[in-house]
Design a protein around this ligand. Structure first.
Ligand SMILES: *Cc1c(COP(=O)(O)O)cnc(C)c1O
Length: 230
């Protein structure tokens, strides 16, 4: 069986190949290792192999894993990529470095209020519903500019809006996979005049990372291809 170190290398190779094919600069898309449902030992193995950014979906599971990995805290960047309910914002504001799935102002406001002042600002992405009816989570494209404006106006010492995140409905074939990623890229380009600091397109997973990188992904969220099936 392939080791986690080998799988990480393979995922990095896929990203670099896709960057080269798209004429993008080497290293211009980073790998987020999605460690949901994986034990702390798997995160430790990935960390030993040089991976530092990890994505988790479930707050309780993530908090337990963080506790088991407290000795490595300074070397890990923890990203919450799953949905966030308002009753969990305090724990998230206190424990994570990034939150990807913000889709309501109320959540961002609570995170800003609850981010401890001794920590670096929490980095936020807005989740956009890029697949229309197929998905219920994420802000609708029409509602994005107003939400982005409001989140960007929150105190920057507590939360910083970095970009957009998409979870397209599964699709087969390059054209179908690229369309929702292209939409996300175009939506971010549409915000650039007003919000020039946005630099993160969180899109692409194990099955469609090439399509996402071709459309400009800067942060690719890969679970299965690194840690195996869940
Ligand atoms: C689980 C998950 C991933 C990783 O998916 P894989 O197909 O295992 O690579 C990426 N993003 C989100 C939001 C997820 O929930």
């Amino acid at each position: 069986m392939e080791s986690i170190a080998q799988a990480l290398q393979q995922a990095q190779r896929r990203i670099e190949q896709a960057l080269a094919q798209a004429g993008r600069a080497p290293g211009s898309a980073a790998l987020l290792a999605v460690s949901k449902t994986q034990p702390a030992a798997a995160v430790r193995a990935a960390l030993a192999a040089g991976q530092h950014a990890f994505g988790e979906n479930y707050v309780q599971e993530a908090l337990a894993k963080m506790e088991a990995l407290a000795d490595c805290r300074a070397r890990i960047e923890w990203h919450l990529i799953g949905p966030l309910q308002s009753n969990k914002t305090r724990a998230v504001a206190e424990a994570f470095d990034w939150v990807h799935a913000v889709d309501r102002l109320k959540i961002a406001e609570r995170l800003a209020e609850q981010r401890p002042s001794g920590l670096a600002p929490l980095q936020l992405c807005l989740q956009v519903n890029v697949s229309g009816e197929a998905s219920k989570s994420g802000v609708a494209p029409a509602g994005l500019p107003a939400l982005a404006r409001a989140v960007a106006a929150l105190p920057r010492e507590r939360v910083v809006l970095r970009g957009l995140m998409g979870i397209p409905a599964p699709a087969e074939g390059e054209a179908a996979q690229r369309a929702p990623h292209r939409l996300l890229r175009e939506l971010m380009a549409g915000l650039a005049a007003e919000l020039p600091g946005l630099d993160t397109l969180s899109m692409g997973m194990s099955a469609d990372l090439e399509a996402a990188v071709a459309e400009g992904a800067t942060l690719v969220r890969v679970g299965t291809a690194i840690f195996g099936a869940r």
